[in-house]
Design a protein around this ligand. Structure first.
Ligand SMILES: [Zn+2]
Length: 337
């Protein structure tokens, strides 16, 4: 191919470039090592010595022209492409962003953590018992008689004979006693399960915190002052407290614990059903039989124990009327806490 027709061909090829990437192909086919211009250069050796300098000069001129035209066209195409991209990929920074939901503690977990924090500061350490328990630790070692109604299938979820979902966190008591020499002062938080009808006030799954203190000369007054301090801090209120006699197999004597209603300061309202008092826990002095099961000498040591339901506490603190709300994962409810 001679110089002139090569130049014409180049101009044609250049005119057909519609994208900056096409320029690279044309560049390789003309200016590459095996390109048309290199081929012309190689042909120079066939030219006569008189023709060679001029021909060489013309080839170099053509090479420069091709280089410049390719660069110019490249700039042109690339800047047009950039403009198209800027046009298409334009972002309106003033548009509102996508809101991401912020996670938070479930109100029961929040209440649990607050209660644990208060009790830790009062000298209790945290122990965890198993959710799946033997009949022995859940009932027998806690002095529940064989024919006690709580052992009944209607109240307890049995997984196998003798294996059940714990009905209370009290299952942790004897486990801890077995492995610890008094004095011991522990709390055992966790889930509990009972085969009950689900209603406004009860659920098959709920949370408790168990408290246990065993030492020499532990008295009822210790129990009273501990619970008074704890519930006062938890409800952030100057509470009155009262005990009513009650029966639990693992304590003797056993009591129900009431605090004065923080909604009406004891004057009577719908939350406390006009009584001025709210039932918050069950408690008592650890039964000597239970100490014995735990391998602790009941002549030398005494102790108190208490347990309360976290759902009940959260319902009272926040005025939640229905325990089922805690389990429904309804965001509009949970976001309030
Ligand atoms: Zn009240």
């Amino acid at each position: 191919m001679n110089l002139q027709s090569l130049r014409d061909q180049f101009l044609l090829d250049l005119a057909q470039c519609t994208h900056s990437k096409d320029i690279e192909h044309v560049k390789v086919s003309y200016l590459g090592k095996k390109g048309h211009v290199s081929a012309l250069m190689a042909d120079l050796r066939h030219a006569s010595s008189q023709e060679r300098p001029l021909l060489g000069q013309q080839i170099n001129d053509l090479k420069q022209e091709i280089t410049q035209k390719l660069e110019a066209r490249y700039e042109q195409l690339a800047s047009a492409e950039l403009n198209i991209r800027l046009e298409q990929e334009w972002i309106d920074v003033s548009l509102p962003g996508t809101a991401r939901a912020t996670g938070r503690e479930h109100v029961i977990v929040k209440t649990l953590h607050e209660a644990i924090e208060i009790l830790r500061n009062m000298g209790f350490s945290v122990q965890y018992g198993p959710d799946i328990e033997t009949e022995y630790y859940n009932f027998e070692a806690l002095n529940f008689p064989k024919d006690h109604p709580a052992r009944d299938m209607q109240d307890t979820f049995y997984l196998q004979p003798n294996i059940l979902l714990r009905t209370h966190t009290s299952n942790t008591q004897v486990r801890v006693m077995e492995s610890t020499t008094p004095p011991l002062r522990i709390i055992a938080p966790g889930k509990c399960f009972r085969s009950e009808d689900v209603s406004r006030r009860s659920h098959v799954s709920f949370h408790q915190i168990e408290g246990l203190y065993v030492d020499k000369h532990v008295t009822f007054a210790d129990l009273f002052s501990t619970l008074e301090e704890f519930f006062g801090k938890l409800f952030q209120s100057d509470l009155k407290m009262r005990f009513r006699p009650s029966y639990f197999p693992f304590v003797e004597p056993g009591v129900e614990v009431d605090v004065s209603c923080m909604m009406c300061q004891g004057h009577g309202c719908s939350i406390c059903k006009k009584s001025g008092w709210l039932e918050v826990a069950g408690a008592g002095m650890v039964h000597p039989e239970v100490l014995k099961y735990g391998g602790i000498d009941s002549e030398q040591y005494s102790g108190y124990a208490w347990g309360f339901g976290l759902e009940r506490i959260a319902m009272l603190r926040y005025g939640v009327p229905d325990i089922r709300l805690f389990m429904e994962n309804r965001l509009s409810f949970l976001e309030q806490f």
